[in-house]
Design a protein around this ligand. Sequence first.
Ligand code: SAH
Ligand code: SF4
Ligand code: F3S
Length: 448
Amino acid sequence: MNINALRPLDGVGKKLFVETYGCQMNVGDTEIVISILQQEGYRYTERIEEADVILINTCSVRDNAEQRIWGRLADLRRFRKAKPSLRVGIIGCMAERLKERLTEGRDAVEIVAGPDAYRDLPRLLREAESGGRGVNTLLSQEETYAEIAPVRLDRNGVSGFIAIMRGCNNYCSYCVVPYTRGIERSRDPETILGEARELLANGYREVTLLGQNVNSYRFGEVDFPELMRRVADISPLLRVRFATSHPKDISDRLLEVMAAKPNICRAIHLPAQSGSTSMLGRMNRKYTREWYLERVAAIRRYLPDCAVTTDLIAGFSGETDEEHRDTLSLMREVGYEFAYMFKYSERPGTFASKHLPDDVPDEVKAARLQEIIELQNELSLASNRRDVGREFEVLVEGTSRKRKEQLFGRNSQNKVIVFDASDDVKVGDYLRVRVTDCTPATLLGVRI
Ligand code: SAH
Ligand code: SF4
Ligand code: F3S
């Protein structure tokens, strides 16, 4: 018998609201947090006004991400005024980074929980309910929340995320993630396969395996290529994606498995960060420009129709004009389908904050970022234009936001394709579509 059954559940009659910032890992963690607190009797609400407990799942990756949260805490003052019994908590990466500092000052919160402390939330909430503060920012070497069934918040019911590993051991010199998320650990493959099968049974048609560095997944004998093979074998109807991969771990074996399984999507997110070998050295990325380009060539060899997307940072410590131009030329050489592009933001506690001064003036960073964005817009449009006239299999995800009589879905390359709706097509169907036109962000198509 469960010992918890002997005591009343603390959350009965109380409503929980959770707001999520940051990466997909945080989105997944929110689903785990809701699951844990529902066990405790809390009911999830999407209406913040009626909440008894508000949790904010936070991101620390850049300073502006943290500034947004401070602004949000100031917004919450009016809710606290209206309901003095309201309890507010900061969870996630910013909780880990700032710890007790969040319980001080005008916007002090009652609950602080780091990414590995979510099982302790019921106790932390009890502390908060009894007038104290609940703080737990211990990082763990084992926690993967492996057996907790996340409460799915994604609304389309077609495409779901499965966290397969947590943490990061790479220590890129600019990055705060290894400090906020702790060391790498992988989840038991059986629990991953179980979750994927359940999603399929519930009508889902796509899973994305998630981690800060998915391709360093390893659990006993099962490494990432083997895990991908097993997930892909569940059903040809289930598409499989993954994010994010570190270039150092994109192995030929993974590419072989992908090439052998048509339901593994032809899309690889391969963050380059910079196109300059000297810069990559300062970033502690563990590869050179040449090595990165060789991996892209390997992708093209195994998967000629694979989309390659990336992350880039403008204006990292000591960046020269030449290094910046190397990033632009790398972008042209690879011809990225899409990129996330950022201005470098120094993070306290990282190697760079201690040893590599943030010496590129803000105007220079901004100008370089602008050049990168403009070039990527050109590349994205060129890539979309190449698709005009081609046929793709599309998984239908929903109704177009702009025009109700249109549906949208994605092709294997993860590009959005919009096409006319008809009565016999529903969300979750696979369709063949021919692309007839495009914008910089979307492909327009017709059913065939
Ligand atoms: N684990 C993933 C990245 C997670 S963070 C990976 O390595 O691919 C997402 C992106 O944020 C990074 O790829 C990087 O481009 C960017 N980023 C990380 N730290 C940053 C910082 N201090 N300033 C600006 N961008 C940063
Ligand atoms: Fe950060 Fe590098 Fe780890 Fe990605 S691989 S999370 S950029 S330290
Ligand atoms: Fe942000 Fe933490 Fe994700 S710092 S990017 S929420 S791992």
